[in-house]
Design a protein around this ligand. Structure first.
Ligand SMILES: Cc1cc2nc3c(=O)[nH]c(=O)nc-3n(C[C@H](O)[C@H](O)[C@H](O)COP(=O)(O)OP(=O)(O)OC[C@H]3O[C@@H](n4cnc5c(N)ncnc54)[C@H](O)[C@@H]3O)c2cc1C
Ligand code: FES
Length: 246
C-alpha cells in the first residue's frame, strides 16, 4: 500500500514507475480502485532485483514514485455492454483496478464477467475477495486452475476453458485480458473465434520499459510505444505484427 504525498490520482489502465532504493525502478499497474485517491495498492511478483528489493520495504519506509503514465481503459465505450475480464496468474492485479472502477458504476454495464485462471488453487490471487465479488448483482465469476487439488470444485484446465458457453453474444460485449504472453496469445485466438471484434479486444502489453513516457524507445511494439500508446492496446492496432506477444 502506497500513500503518495501529494496524492497521486490515476485512471484504470495506467501505470507508475516505482523505485527500489539503491537498485532501480520498474513499472507497476496499481491494483486498487482509482476512486480511492489517498492511497494506492500495488501487487508485486518477486522476479528479480527491483522486485526483490521492494519485498524488503517495511511500513513507513519512503519510496519514489513517478507517473501515472499510459492511456486509461476507454470505459465510456463499455457502457451498456457486457464486459468480459480475463485474467491469468498475477495478471489479475491490474485488472482488479479496472474491475473496481467498473463496480463504482456497476449498473452502467449489461454485466461484468470476471474470468480468472491460475496454475493451482494456492496460486490464486485475491482468493478471499472472490467470495465477496461473487455476491455482487451484475457480476459473473468463473475460475479455473491448470491442476486442481482435492478441495477444488471449479473448472480445471487452462483459462480458455472458461470461454466455452459464454452467457452473452460477443457482439454485445467486449473483452479485456491481462496475463502471461502465452495466455494472452491463446485468449486472443479464442476471442476471435468466438466473434469478438478486433477493436473490442483490449490487451495489456507489457514490454520492457525505461522512461515510461515515449522518449527512450525501449518499449517499442511495431510502430507503437507500449508506455505512451498503451500499455492497454486493442487487437486491431497490433494484429498485423508477426507475433505481438513475444
Ligand atoms: C506496464 C507494466 C505494468 C506492470 N505491472 C506489474 C504489476 O502490477 N505487478 C508486477 O508484479 N509486475 C508488473 N509488471 C512487471 C514488472 O515491471 C517486472 O516484474 C519488473 O520490471 C521486474 O524487475 P526486476 O528488476 O525485479 O526483475 P529483472 O531483474 O528485470 O528480471 C529478473 C528475471 O525475471 C524475469 N521477469 C521480468 N519480468 C517478469 C514478469 N513480469 N514475469 C515473469 N518473469 C519476469 C526476467 O525475464 C528475468 O529473467 C509490469 C510491467 C509493465 C511494463
Ligand atoms: S519506456 Fe521509453 S519509450 Fe516507452
Amino acid at each position: 500500500m502506497l500513500e503518495p504525498k501529494p496524492a497521486l490520482s490515476f485512471h484504470a489502465g495506467q501505470f507508475i514507475e516505482l523505485t527500489a532504493p539503491g537498485v532501480g525502478e520498474a513499472p507497476f499497474t496499481p491494483s486498487s480502485s482509482p476512486y480511492v485517491e489517498e492511497s494506492m495498492e500495488v501487487t508485486i511478483m518477486k522476479v528479480g532485483r527491483v522486485t526483490s528489493k521492494l519485498f524488503d520495504v517495511r511500513p513507513g519506509d519512503t519510496l519514489a514514485v513517478r507517473g501515472p503514465y499510459g492511456v486509461p481503459y476507454e470505459t465510456d465505450r463499455y457502457e451498456g455492454r457486457h464486459v468480459l475480464i480475463v485474467g491469468g496468474g498475477v495478471g489479475l492485479a491490474p485488472l482488479r483496478s479496472l474491475f473496481l472502477a467498473l463496480l463504482h458504476n456497476v449498473s452502467a454495464y449489461k454485466k461484468i464477467h470476471l474470468y480468472y485462471g491460475a496454475r493451482t488453487p494456492k496460486d490464486i490471487v485475491y482468493d478471499r475477495l472472490f467470495k465477496e465479488w461473487g455476491k455482487i448483482k451484475n457480476v459473473e465469476i468463473r475460475r479455473s486452475v491448470d491442476v486442481g487439488d482435492k478441495n477444488w470444485k471449479e473448472k480445471v484446465g487452462v483459462v480458455t476453458v472458461l470461454l466455452d458457453n459464454l452467457p452473452f453474444k460477443p457482439k454485445d460485449g467486449l473483452a479485456v485480458a491481462c496475463g502471461p504472453p502465452v495466455m494472452m496469445k491463446f485468449v486472443t485466438k479464442r476471442l476471435l473465434e468466438l466473434g469478438f471484434a478486433d477493436e473490442d479486444i483490449y490487451l495489456s502489453m507489457e514490454k520492457n520499459m525505461s522512461c515510461g513516457f515515449g522518449k527512450c524507445g525501449h518499449c517499442r511494439l511495431g510502430e507503437l510505444f507500449c508506455c505512451k500508446d498503451g500499455p492497454v492496446i486493442t487487437w486491431d492496432r497490433i494484429k498485423h505484427l508477426e507475433d505481438p506477444f513475444v
